[in-house]
Design a protein around this ligand. Structure first.
Ligand SMILES: *[C@@H]1O[C@H](CO)[C@@H](O)[C@H](O)[C@H]1NC(C)=O
Ligand SMILES: *[C@@H]1O[C@H](CO)[C@@H](O)[C@H](O)[C@H]1NC(C)=O
Ligand SMILES: *[C@@H]1O[C@H](CO)[C@@H](O)[C@H](O)[C@H]1NC(C)=O
Ligand SMILES: *[C@@H]1O[C@H](CO)[C@@H](O)[C@H](O)[C@H]1NC(C)=O
Ligand SMILES: *[C@@H]1O[C@H](CO)[C@@H](O)[C@H](O)[C@H]1NC(C)=O
Length: 335
């Protein structure tokens, strides 16, 4: 049962990953940098002017719409450590810039631990050789998002009272409830339902709830679709994150093995996964063999050597367990 669960869940996890890789376009409409909550983002800025930066005295400031984020100065190309970030800038500890910026002309700022309020415009101001006035070298913007989990659809079959008494077979329509759930994303996504791959449900057939998660800005989304459809109609739920330009969708195929269509559509992913699995199993077998051989050898040795060999054996067992743990954790984390 456990291995069945493992195999069944993995393709979804894999599709999510592949989709994530394929669909996470870098180009937003407005050309903003996209940052993922909790991770880092680079606000790009390159100097393409004519000044000889390494021989100038330079002072730069990254500012957001509301505050100064970060300040750094260079004296003739050398990082001026007497002018370090001060506590007036609450975000300075999250901001970094290369100390070699005058040499590389790259004044990009790396902002770590992204939070939703970081979603705004930023500008880099620079002044040379102690000038009073600074000029704006770059303006850029940051948009913030977090990945939703791959949606899961639950189909609540027609209740017994709704069941037709006529022996009319599977084409008879009756009210069915579908629940689509996805968790831990930001901002609020657009959720679409598709019936039979083409039809959008009627207005009023869908109720969607978003639950804010405590101590974060993330949401769980639950959407409920109630429709009268033929038993064998596939129903799909898609969750679209506009900021990350990422859409994950799941299709519910009724009256079939719930997982086989997913596996079929993921044949490529499945093939790759099988290969990885075979390699891992191969490694485990090899480790087992090595262990066996070693163990046999230790047993033939005189008792005096017992103590040394015990610790070696323990090492090998540890490696073995790590592989197993890794294997077990694969489907749990991303599904
Ligand atoms: C979203 O990603 C797709 C695929 O990478 C890309 O073709 C599309 O232009 C992107 N859309 C936006 C708004 O960035
Ligand atoms: C941020 O920059 C965009 C252009 O990139 C601009 O349209 C928008 O008005 C700016 N927002 C603010 C608050 O300055
Ligand atoms: C740069 O600053 C140093 C002192 O830090 C000063 O001696 C030098 O004259 C300055 N150079 C220019 C071009 O202003
Ligand atoms: C689903 O769509 C297919 C073709 O796209 C059509 O033949 C079939 O009748 C549709 N089924 C329902 C229940 O609408
Ligand atoms: C969000 O969804 C997860 C499961 O997907 C659940 O464990 C958790 O309790 C939900 N949190 C809230 C606040 O609804």
């Amino acid at each position: 049962m456990s291995s069945c669960h493992f195999l069944a869940m993995t393709p979804r996890w894999f599709i999510a990953l592949l989709l994530g890789l394929v669909r996470q376009g870098s180009s937003q409409d407005d050309d903003c940098t996209v940052g993922v909550i909790g991770e880092s983002a680079v606000l790009p800025c390159t100097y393409d002017g004519r000044r000889n930066l390494p021989s100038s005295n330079i002072s730069v400031q990254w500012r957001s719409e509301t505050e100064e984020m970060f300040r750094r100065t260079w004296s003739q190309g050398l990082d001026d450590t007497t002018n370090m970030p001060d506590s007036n800038m609450p975000d300075s500890s999250r901001a970094r810039m290369s100390t070699l910026a005058p040499q590389t002309r790259d004044f990009s700022m790396t902002l770590s631990d992204i939070v939703p309020p970081d979603s705004k415009n930023y500008s880099l101001h620079v002044s040379f050789d102690g000038e009073e006035t600074s000029s704006v070298l770059c303006t850029t913007c940051l948009r913030v998002g977090a990945h939703f989990s791959f949606p899961v659809i639950q189909r609540d079959g027609p209740s017994l009272e709704d069941e037709p008494s006529l022996e009319d077979g599977p084409s008879l329509e009756s009210e069915t409830r579908f629940v689509c759930h996805t968790r831990g994303g930001y901002p609020q996504p657009t959720l679409h339902w598709l019936i039979n791959a083409t039809d959008s449900p009627a207005l009023g057939a869908v109720r969607t709830y978003s639950e804010p998660l405590p101590d974060s800005e993330l949401y769980n989304i639950t959407s409920i679709l109630t429709v009268s459809i033929a038993k064998h109609t596939p129903v799909a739920c898609a969750v679209e994150n506009h900021v990350l330009n990422e859409t994950f969708s799941t299709t519910n195929w009724p009256e079939e093995d719930q997982f086989s269509p997913v596996v079929a559509r993921a044949s490529e992913a499945m093939w790759f996964f099988s290969t990885v699995l075979i390699v891992i199993v191969g490694l485990l077998v090899a480790l087992g063999t090595i262990f066996q051989v070693k163990w046999d050898r230790e047993r033939r040795r005189p008792r005096l050597h017992r103590e040394d060999s015990d610790s070696e054996d323990t090492d090998i067992i540890t490696v073995d367990l790590e592989h197993l743990e890794h294997l077990d954790s694969l489907p749990e984390t991303d599904v």
